[in-house]
Design a protein around this ligand. Sequence first.
Ligand code: 4AZ
Length: 270
Amino acid sequence: MSTNTWFSALKKSAVAIAGAVTIVGLASPAAAAPPPSSDGVQPQVVGGTRAAQGEFPWMVRLSMGCGGALYTPQIVLTAAHCVSRTGANTSITATLGVVDLQSSSAIKIKSTYVHRSPTYDTSTGGDWALIKLASPATGIPTLKIATTKAYDNGTFDIAGWGGAREGGAQQRYLLKAQVPFVSDASCKASGGSYSGLISSAEICAGFPQGGVDTCQGDSGGPMFRKDNNGEWVEVGIVSWGEGCARAGKPGVYTEVSTFATAIAAAAARL
Ligand code: 4AZ
């Protein structure tokens, strides 16, 4: 099947692909090209570089191959397409506190329960889910969510352990990159699946020329920026895209502000 068809299929059956989100950069963008890593080794993710230990302390890797962000000490915010259903679930392991997934310092905590957005796969959209952890991740900062559209603009940060390029392997070390906001109108005009963009529920980001993006295995992870107080705020959740880092094919993210009230209410009941 064509790559685009393959990708749409992935979007529909998120759990199957949940393992690999990668920050991919296939070609250097004209603007804001990331610098090479300080160790002099070319990062395996083109367009991204390695995050420093502690730089994004709320980043979570989930065992089904998705990303997430620590929302409260005992709740991870991820994508609905990374989980199968709402209900008791002790099969997920969250890895926290490290950029190196193989670090002996990694904190690993099992899940107890999953809450999948009830509007996911409806016309409302809402690719988000909450995972309750068996115990609090003490000492790990949380990432707040955007509660208004005020931060749905500008330059966003993305991070994840997904593939370094389209079809590439999952990463041991956390990679990061930056991508600019793309308007709903521009995103919707990107052809293919983008014509079905749910403007109220999704927010797009990427360079017109491609080159920097999230990718398979980054799903569920946060797209974030600083707020007016200089604090990190999650504005998007890695959701889908046609391929990775392709020109004219932005990354699509759950618009967190749209679902902030529902997310907070669900978390309060977990
Ligand atoms: C994925 O398969 C995926 N380029 C996530 C994000 C993007 C593409 C694919 C965006 O999880």
